[in-house]
Design a protein around this ligand. Structure first.
Ligand SMILES: [Zn+2]
Length: 216
């Protein structure tokens, strides 16, 4: 085959569209990388972050799904992984960030699950008191109005905080502690995939600029 050993950077859609069963072909493909240890865990290193047409992050999809969406002309590829998949016929650089061409109202809109990881994502892994951006393992959840003062465990009363700030604030409100919040906590409008790898130090760098929380 003439295509062997050619690396396609998604410029050869015509060739691919001639393939009868894209999904089956993708199933044959093997991921290859210069850094095999990166694939050791089923982490996000070979997956793609799917953005809405408005650039809001929607979910994480497998590279196979990302390629199928691209074959279907539903997405644009914005960023690439430093990874290739190879079949007998061709190799492709894997997409890291893809964006829908048409806006889709996200499923679960206005009903994002309240949990530690989603709070960190909403707050962009940033302490809401001192502004330090930290990996998830160095962050804590802070009750803005403390539990002891009947502060609820809810989107609008819980923020990401570094350990120092959390300890310093203690059982006080931001007002009495003189520690104003950087941003008012709100209920997020988009829903990250439940399989999202929240450990920010494991997320591909190319994703981070797209994971800024956007209030709806
Ligand atoms: Zn802090």
């Amino acid at each position: 085959m003439a295509f062997i050993n050619h690396s396609y950077r998604f410029s050869s859609r015509d060739f691919l569209l001639k393939m009868p069963k894209i999904a089956a072909i993708l199933g044959e493909m093997q991921v290859e990388t210069q850094e095999p240890q990166k694939l050791a865990s089923q982490s996000s290193t070979s997956r793609s972050l799917l953005l809405n047409a408005s650039y809001e992050p929607m979910k994480v999809v497998s590279w196979q799904k990302a390629l199928i969406l691209w074959f279907q002309d539903k997405v644009e590829i914005i960023e690439y992984h430093n990874l290739h998949v190879r079949s007998v016929r061709a190799s492709f650089q894997l997409p890291s960030v893809i964006k829908l061409k048409a806006y889709v109202r996200p499923r679960g809109y206005g009903a994002v699950r309240f949990c530690r990881e989603n709070v960190y994502i909403r707050d962009n892994f940033t302490c809401q008191y001192c502004g330090d951006r930290l990996p998830a393992k160095l962050l804590t959840l802070d009750h803005v109005v403390p539990v002891s003062k009947q502060g609820p465990k809810s989107w609008t009363n819980v923020v990401a905080a570094c350990r120092d700030c959390n300890q310093r604030k203690g059982n006080r409100t931001p007002l009495t502690a003189n520690m104003p919040l950087l941003t008012e906590p709100v209920i997020p409008s988009w829903l990250p995939s439940p399989d999202f790898d929240m450990r920010s130090n494991h997320l591909p760098k190319s994703w981070l600029q797209y994971l800024q929380f956007k209030a709806g």
